[in-house]
Design a protein around this ligand. Structure first.
Ligand code: HAM
Length: 427
C-alpha cells in the first residue's frame, strides 16, 4: 500500500521550511511596526460562521467549502479564509469593550482550506498571513492597511507589484447599483451561465465575478459601481486615494473589481504581480478591504472593520531562488570509538548554552564526518581522538581561517560562549 498526500496539499520539507520561517519572521517584524498583535483561532468553525459572512452565493460557500457534520451532528467547516473566524472571536470575547484600545488590530498566519482545482499557486490547503483592524471607519486606516500590504510584500523581496483599488460604497450605494445591475443583466438572462442566472436573482454583484468567458463579455459593458457611490461613500474613497498619493504609493483604480466574498463595502484592494513565474498576466498575491457590518452580522455591536490576507504559496513562487543558507556553529568529529560518551557530553553541554551542534550517529569514518561538517557549513569542527580523550581536551578547527587549537573540555562545559568568541573573533 502506498499513500499519497491529499490532492492540493503540500509537504513543506526541511530545505523549504527555512524560507517559510523567514517569511513568518519578516512578517512579524513588519506587522509589529504597525502595532498588529497575533491572534490564533480554530482551524474549523460552525459552518454558519462562514455562510453568514462570505455569503450564501459566493463560490467559497457554494463550491469550495470543506464542510461536514461532526459526531454530534453539528455542521462544521474547515476555515476557507481567516476573517470570519477572527470576527467571531472578536464578538465572542467581547473585544469591542472599552478596555480594549481601538482600532483593535490583529494578525494571523495559518492554513486555509478551499476545494478548488489545484494548479500552480492554487491549492486546497494553503496558507495566509492576514490582518484585521476593528473599530475605526477612518479612510486613513484603509490607506494604512494598503501601505502595510505593500510594505509587507516589499520586505519579502517581491517585485513587479501592482496595487489595484476600488470602492463598493455603503449600503445605499450598493442598493442603487444592485438595481442598475439587474436592469442591465436581465435582458441577457438566457445567455448567462447557469450559475450566473442563479446569482442574478440572489446576488447580481456576484455575476461580475463570474469566471465564464461569455458572462465576462456581457459584464464588460455593465454599469460601474463607482458611478453609483453616494456622496459620503465617494468622499471616503477620494480620501483613501489622496492619502495613498500623499504616502507616495502607486495604485490603479479598477472599477470592475468586486472580490469574491460578500462582506466587503467601501474600499477593496488587491496586490498583483506579473512576474514570469505566474506564466503571463497578473496574479493576485494579496486581497482585502473594508467590511463594515460584518461584526453585526455575527452578533456583535456596530463595528467597522478592514483587513487583508496574503497568499503565502503565491508569495513563495515570487521568492523562488532566494535560499536561506543555515550555518552550524559546531560539528564534533569522533576519531576514536571510545569518544562517543565525551562527544555526547560536549554536544549536550554546548546545546544547553544555546548553540547548535551536530555529530555523527551513522558510524561514519572521520573523513566522511568532516564532509558532513562541510555540508552543514560548520564554523568550528571539534575532533576527539585518543590523545584528546586522555588529556581531557578537544582539538578545534576554525573552518574559515584554518586555525587549529587545543581547548580544555572543561572550558567548553563551563563557558562555551567565551570559547566560541575567542575562536571566531579573528575572522
Ligand atoms: P481572498 O482574496 O479570498 O481574501 O484570499 C486572499 C489571498 O489568499 C489571495 O489573494 C491568494 O493569494 C490566496 N489564496 C486564496 N485562495 C487560494 C488557494 N486556493 N490557493 C493558494 N492561495 C490562495 C480573503 O481570504 C479575505 N479573508 C481577505 C481579507 C481579510 N479581507 C479582509 N480581511
Amino acid at each position: 500500500m502506498s499513500y499519497q498526500r491529499p490532492k492540493g496539499t503540500a509537504d513543506i520539507l526541511p530545505g523549504q521550511s527555512e524560507l517559510w520561517q523567514q517569511v513568518e519572521t519578516i512578517a512579524r517584524t513588519v506587522l509589529e511596526r504597525y502595532r498588529y498583535r497575533e491572534v490564533r483561532t480554530p482551524l474549523f468553525e460552525s459552518r454558519e460562521v462562514f455562510t453568514r459572512s462570505s455569503g450564501e452565493t459566493s463560490d467559497i460557500v457554494t463550491k469550495e467549502m470543506y464542510d461536514f457534520a461532526d459526531k454530534g451532528d453539528r455542521m462544521m467547516a474547515l476555515r476557507p479564509e481567516g476573517t470570519a473566524g477572527v470576527v467571531r472571536a472578536y464578538v465572542e470575547n467581547k473585544l469591542f469593550g472599552p478596555e480594549f484600545a481601538k482600532p483593535y488590530k490583529v494578525y494571523y498566519m495559518g492554513s486555509m482550506f478551499r476545494y478548488e482545482r489545484p494548479q500552480s499557486g492554487r491549492q486546497r490547503e494553503f496558507h495566509q498571513i492576514g490582518v484585521e483592524a476593528f473599530g475605526s471607519n477612518s479612510p486613513a486606516l484603509d490607506a494604512e492597511v494598503i501601505a502595510l500590504a505593500e510594505d509587507l510584500l516589499t520586505a519579502m523581496g517581491a517585485k513587479s507589484l501592482k496595487v489595484a483599488i476600488n470602492s463598493l460604497g455603503d449600503p445605499e450605494s450598493r442598493a442603487a447599483y444592485h438595481q442598475a445591475l439587474i436592469d442591465y443583466l436581465t435582458p441577457f438572462k438566457d445567455e448567462l451561465s447557469h450559475d450566473s442566472q442563479v446569482r442574478l436573482t440572489k446576488n447580481p454583484l456576484r455575476v461580475l465575478d463570474s469566471k465564464d468567458k461569455h458572462d465576462q463579455e456581457i459584464v464588460a459593458n455593465a454599469p460601474k459601481i463607482l458611478d453609483y457611490l453616494t456622496p459620503v461613500a465617494k468622499a471616503h474613497f477620494d480620501t483613501v486615494k489622496a492619502l495613498l498619493e500623499a504616502l507616495g504609493l502607486t495604485y490603479e483604480v479598477d472599477p470592475d473589481m468586486v472580490r469574491g466574498l460578500d462582506y466587503y463595502n467601501h474600499t477593496i484592494f488587491e496586490v498583483m504581480s506579473n512576474d514570469p513565474v505566474f506564466g503571463g498576466g497578473y496574479t493576485t498575491i494579496l486581497g482585502g478591504g473594508r467590511y463594515n457590518g460584518l461584526v453585526e452580522e455575527l452578533g456583535g455591536p456596530e463595528t467597522p472593520g478592514v483587513g487583508f490576507a496574503m497568499g503565502v504559496e503565491r508569495l513563495m513562487l515570487l521568492m523562488q531562488g532566494q535560499e536561506v543558507a543555515g550555518d552550524l556553529p559546531v560539528y564534533i568529529v569522533t576519531i576514536s570509538e571510545d569518544a562517543t560518551v565525551a562527544a555526547a557530553q560536549l554536544a549536550h553541554a554546548i546545546r544547553l548554552q544555546g548553540f547548535a551542534v551536530d555529530l555523527d550517529y551513522m558510524g561514519r569514518k572521520p573523513k566522511a564526518q568532516f564532509k558532513s561538517a562541510n555540508k552543514e557549513n560548520a564554523k568550528l569542527v571539534m575532533t576527539l581522538g585518543e590523545s584528546e580523550l586522555e588529556a581531557g581536551t578537544v582539538s578545534v578547527k576554525n573552518m574559515a581561517t584554518g586555525a587549529q587549537e587545543s581547548i580544555n573540555q572543561a572550558d567548553i562545559v563551563n563557558d562555551f560562549k567565551a570559547v566560541f568568541a575567542q575562536l571566531t573573533e579573528a575572522e
